[in-house]
Design a protein around this ligand. Structure first.
Ligand code: URA
Length: 242
């Protein structure tokens, strides 16, 4: 038995907070009866509907993909391009947690666990996403510091929590910028670097929280183990029974 709001969240329908709102608004029924108080315990034997949609709970699946270049981070693509979901052998409706651009490579989590996905994407939880970018241009250190102070991207101030420059190649006017961010706005890294005059030539996400690409080649994936899932839940501040 599980609390109704948690049950709805882990079905992937919405976050736990949103589920609480929907319950309060009287938009949730259990076995045909509207439930508007928090805390009711339910199980998979109960018939639950949210805003008229039946909630079903599948087994949860969790994958870590080394996203290759030239693949779209969506469930289906209207231009019929290969998607990240096509790279994973499963019959379950999984989806990517956050987005990497078509030409970006690196760590991507895919799951059908909405509660975890929402938690990992929410900036409040300050999940480290570490990128390495090969850029055209060699920034002055005062400009790199601007990334730590905060730069405006699409009218929102965003900042990196860590920035480092390596492999300065003066001859070709390129270098590698390592940076860690907590949010995941569209093209955020490219746009942040462009504010200090750098063009991204290549971008790779090296890690999300403690998950790295170790042991994987581009295009390969592995299933996350229960310990890792537990640790990810800890990272988003939710205690999960094992
Ligand atoms: N920031 C970008 O600019 N692109 C990505 O793919 C991810 C983060």
């Amino acid at each position: 038995m599980e609390r109704l709001q948690k049950y709805i969240a882990s079905s992937g329908y919405c976050s736990r907070r949103k589920a609480e709102e929907l319950i309060k608004k009287g938009l949730v029924t259990v076995n045909g009866n509207i439930v508007s108080e928090m805390g009711l315990k339910v199980s998979s034997k109960d018939e639950i509907e949210v805003e008229g949609n039946k909630i079903s709970r599948e087994n949860k699946e969790y994958y870590l993909l080394y996203k290759p270049r030239g693949v779209v981070t969506t469930v289906s693509d209207d231009k019929n391009r290969k998607t990240v979901v096509d790279l994973i052998e499963t019959n379950t409706r999984i989806y990517p947690v956050g987005r990497l651009d078509y030409d970006t490579t690196g760590v991507l989590i895919l799951t059908n666990d909405g509660e975890l996905a929402n938690g990992l994407m929410h900036p409040r939880n300050k999940i480290d996403k570490c990128y390495v970018a090969k850029v055209k241009g060699i920034p002055e250190s005062k400009n790199l510091k601007l990334l730590l102070k905060g730069v405006v991207v699409d009218n929102v101030k965003v900042r990196a929590s860590r920035v480092k420059m390596k492999k300065v190649d003066k001859k070709n006017n390129t270098c590698m910028i390592y940076l860690t961010i907590h949010d995941g706005r569209n093209h955020q890294v490219k746009k942040m670097l462009s504010t200090i005059g750098l063009e991204v030539l290549k971008l790779k996400r090296e890690s999300v929280s403690f998950l790295t690409l170790n042991g994987l080649n581009s295009g390969e994936y592995r299933i996350l183990n229960p310990k890792e899932i537990h640790k990810l839940y800890n990272e988003i501040g939710i205690k999960k029974e094992q």
